[in-house]
Design a protein around this ligand. Structure first.
Ligand code: ZN
Length: 161
C-alpha cells in the first residue's frame, strides 16, 4: 500500500459555492493549516464504528484541541455545523486507511464541520485524521504525524503548535 491516508477539504465562500478543493499531494515540510475551529467543536463518535472513545479523545488531547462535548451517536454522511463526526462510513476508501472531509469558511478560516472515516483502527491513523479534522494539512517530513503515507509517518509533531 502506498498512499494510505487522505484528506479532502472544501472551502465554502460566503455564498456557499465551493471554491477550493484540495486533496492529497499538496505537502509542505512543516504542515500548515487550512483552517481551525473558532469555537470548541462537539465530537460525535459514530455508534457502530467500533472505535474506542478514549483513544479518540486522547488523540485530540495530543493535538491540543479542546472539545465542547463528546457523545456517541448515529452519524449521517452530512456535515453538521460545529461537529466532528468520527467513525463515519461515507467514502469509497479502496486502499486508504483513513479519510477526512472537512469544510471551512474561506474568509474567516473557521471550520464548519468534519467527517472522519477510519478503515485501519490504529493510534497513528486516528491521530493523523484527527489532525486533518482540526485543519492540518500534510507535512513532507518522514516520521511526521501529518506525513500522508502511513508507512513513513510517525509521531513527530514539529511545527504543529
Ligand atoms: Zn492525511
Amino acid at each position: 500500500m502506498l498512499l494510505t491516508i487522505l484528506v479532502i477539504a472544501t472551502a465554502l465562500s460566503s455564498d456557499g459555492s465551493i471554491i477550493i478543493n484540495m486533496s492529497e499531494g499538496e505537502t509542505l515540510s512543516s504542515p500548515s493549516r487550512y483552517a481551525r475551529w473558532c469555537e470548541k467543536p462537539k465530537l460525535v463518535i459514530c455508534s457502530g464504528s467500533n472505535l474506542n472513545i478514549r483513544d479518540i479523545v486522547n488523540a485530540y488531547h495530543k493535538l491540543n484541541q479542546k472539545l465542547s462535548e463528546v457523545v456517541e451517536d448515529k452519524c449521517e454522511c452530512s456535515l453538521t455545523p460545529g461537529v466532528i463526526k468520527f467513525g463515519v462510513e461515507c467514502f469509497d476508501t479502496s486502499n486508504l486507511y483513513g479519510v477526512t472531509y472537512l469544510n471551512f469558511n474561506i474568509e474567516t478560516e473557521c471550520l464548519n464541520g468534519s467527517l472522519v472515516q477510519i478503515k485501519k483502527n490504529d493510534h497513528l491513523v486516528l491521530t493523523h485524521e484527527a489532525g486533518h479534522s482540526i485543519g492540518w494539512m500534510h507535512s513532507s517530513r518522514y516520521g511526521h504525524l501529518m506525513f500522508g503515507d502511513y508507512n513513513r509517518a510517525g509521531w513527530s509533531m514539529e511545527g504543529m503548535k
